[in-house]
Design a protein around this ligand. Structure first.
Ligand code: FEO
Length: 392
């Protein structure tokens, strides 16, 4: 395949990973992904922006086969899916220097065999000229890692946004084409990767409002030639009002917890609350993460295993804690045979979530009238809280 032209002298030279199904040995990739690298040929100098995952170095080098000189390798982010091929590029181009933030240098030096004298570090707002093309570097910590930066190509108004505004979506489209399909991939990506940093992203979005941007070129998934679509989506995910929704992940071993989940879901629906439920033994955790973006309330359903929560529930709680969604209310429902510390243990697993705990409902054996009344009370409390806060 040939390098794909984005604008005059600006090319996509990345790799589409159609078959990858897991990222960071954790995140499901139902639609694959891509590692986007970009080549910018200026009047005097040539720059490569990011590289590709080491598993796909050969593809990048194929694109660079007829490129005699690269002067700069701009490393917006140190994670190996973008930086992993830097050593190969530096080997091919002995005069090339890696341009990155000071923290980026620190991280890249730890991860890759790049000698000290091959780095150029740039401060926030620094510029770099290629002759007739000028880059401006925008430090944007925590659009995944602390060293991340964005690179703005002034003359073409292209923002090379690193992981920000990306998607895990393998596609032959260079630009976002099917907005419906894209929206789901981008939201899943936001939920799994960006949500823990929503406060930082909010500030970056405000700053980017001061730039004229025709194209956003992220490091995963298709590019945006209508940037307002993804910018508006991010604004709503980062700081939009919560929906009138309860996320209800659960595991049931012998049916008691399932009976409670079914009852609570029905009671919530009767009260006008949307329910998103997930059987954690089979669910894709990306779907659960996406549901947490907009929901103010989480109710976890668990049976008791050796006095604690089911391990699949513990895994989901740990993940929710790490993703730091903007939850405002939490409760726990479930069952036990002879005794349980599941509620206390689960509460101890989610210290990052500063939400009000609504009365848990735990049941010995099968649920009966008393538990159903408690579940009704929980549903009423949730519906009233949502109404008070104006969630709709
Ligand atoms: Fe796509 Fe944080 O690397």
């Amino acid at each position: 395949m040939k390098a794909r032209q984005i604008r005059p002298d600006v090319y996509w030279v990345g790799a589409v990973d159609w078959d990858r199904r897991l990222f960071d040995a954790l995140i499901p990739l139902p639609d694959g992904t891509s590692y986007n690298a970009y080549l910018v040929k200026g009047g005097e100098k040539v720059a490569l922006i990011d590289t590709v995952d080491p598993a796909m170095t050969d593809i990048l080098l194929t694109y660079l086969k007829d490129v005699p000189v690269i002067d700069y390798v701009i490393a917006n982010h140190g994670e190996q899916d973008h930086s992993g091929s830097i050593p190969n590029v530096l080997e091919k181009y002995p005069g090339a220097r890696v341009v990155t933030t000071p923290k980026g240098k620190d991280i890249l030096s730890a991860l890759l065999p790049v000698p000290d004298d091959r780095f150029i570090t740039v401060s926030d707002g620094d510029t770099l000229s290629l002759g007739n093309r000028t880059f401006e570097f925008i430090h944007a910590p925590w659009v995944h890692w602390p060293e991340t930066m964005l690179t703005y190509l002034r003359e073409e108004r292209i923002l090379f946004s690193c992981d920000l505004f990306g998607s895990h979506l393998a596609t032959s489209d260079l630009f976002v084409n099917d907005e419906g399909q894209y929206y789901e991939s981008a939201k899943r990506y936001y939920a799994e990767i960006m949500m823990p940093f929503h406060t930082s992203i909010d500030k970056h979005l405000e700053r980017l409002g001061g730039y004229e941007i025709d194209i956003i070129a992220p490091s995963h998934g298709p590019l945006h030639d209508k940037p307002s679509f993804i910018m508006q989506a991010y604004r709503s995910w980062v700081s939009g009002p919560p929906e009138n929704t309860v996320v209800l992940p659960y595991v049931s071993m012998h049916g008691s917890t399932l009976e409670m989940v079914n009852y609570l879901a029905g009671a919530l629906i009767d009260r006008g609350v949307t329910v998103k439920r997930f059987d954690l033994t089979v669910t894709d955790i990306g779907k659960l993460a996406m549901a947490l973006v907009d929901a103010p309330t989480l109710v976890i359903g668990t049976p008791t295993v050796l006095v604690g929560p089911h391990p699949d529930v513990a895994h989901a709680a740990f993940l929710a804690n790490a993703l730091r969604p903007g939850l405002q209310f939490i409760s726990i429902i479930g069952s036990y045979g002879w005794g349980s510390r599941a509620v206390e243990q689960l509460q101890g697993m989610i210290p990052n979530i500063k939400a009000e705990i609504l009365n848990p409902v735990m049941c010995k054996g099968q649920p009966g009238e008393q538990e159903f009344r408690s579940l009704d009370s929980l549903a009423t409390a949730i519906a009233e809280k949502h109404k008070e806060h104006g969630f709709s």
